[in-house]
Design a protein around this ligand. Structure first.
Ligand code: PEP
Length: 250
């Protein structure tokens, strides 16, 4: 019932030239993968160019962040309204934004509201730090992030959640499929508390954190996991395509 989503977060990598090359290297092979939604999220500067390259394909486009205002005196920022004509998705609350750019739950909440009203589908990232994990606080942290980030927001069918334990991002230390499935089950129960059972069953919840072609099946074969948010491996065409293909085969 939930179509799996394989999303690539390119982070602050690739010049426009490199981004064009990367997407061209993947385009036809990724387009050919069915039964899975494929999404790439390049840096802002490449979005417009890549949206032209992806026209007519089944590959979706997303941004990695946005501001919460529509327009105005916010030098250097990009508004959801600007993105809406180009992208379908926007990643919000990524742990790197929370850690380095002051994206608190309150800020993420404003961004989600603005993204939804611009017609974008938000991918809300939640996840605990190593210290929080070791202190047994994973559940508490993740539910607080969800409640805070989604406060006052009505259910939106485009909403996607990505559970990304901070200690697993870019470290090569992925969680186990079982650990990820348990926390994602909790994320779904939290959604049920916020929006009801029907909504909770509809929302796709992704795992993110050192996903590679080698561990895709471990995560994607778990009943609660509906896809992956992939960082490093999304910059390698063969790897990213293999993740999408393996997901489609499950
Ligand atoms: C991410 O950036 O969201 C991520 C999960 O990165 P990586 O796959 O490199 O751990």
């Amino acid at each position: 019932m939930r179509i799996p989503l394989i999303a690539g977060n390119w982070k602050m990598n690739t010049t426009v030239f490199e981004a064009v090359k990367l997407v061209n290297d993947m385009k036809s092979r990724l387009d050919a993968v069915t039964k899975v939604e494929k999404l790439v999220c390049p840096p802002f500067i490449s979005l417009s160019k890549i949206s032209e390259i992806l026209k007519g394909t089944s590959i979706r486009l997303g941004a990695q962040n946005c501001h919460f205002m529509e327009k105005g005196a916010y030098t250097g920022e990009v508004s959801p309204v600007m993105l809406a004509g180009i992208c379908e998705y926007v990643i919000l609350g990524h742990s790197e934004r929370r850690q380095y750019f002051g994206d608190t739950n309150e800020v993420v909440n404003k961004k989600i509201k603005a993204a939804i009203s611009a017609g974008l589908k938000p991918i809300l990232c939640v996840g605990e730090s190593l210290q929080e994990n070791e202190a047994g606080k994973t559940g508490e942290v993740v539910t607080n992030q969800m409640r805070g980030s989604l406060s006052g927001i009505e259910f939106n069918p485009g909403l996607v959640i990505a559970y990304e334990p901070v200690w697993a991002i870019g470290t090569g230390k992925a969680a186990t499929g079982k650990q990820a499935n348990e926390t994602i089950g909790l994320v779904r129960r939290t959604l049920a508390g916020l929006y009801g059972e029907k909504a909770a069953v509809e929302v796709r919840i992704l795992y993110g954190g050192s996903v590679t072609a080698a561990n895709t099946t471990e995560f994607l074969s778990q009943p609660e996991i509906d896809g992956a948010l992939v960082g490093g491996a999304s910059l390698k065409p063969d790897e990213f395509i293999s993740i999408a293909k393996q997901t489609a085969a499950l």
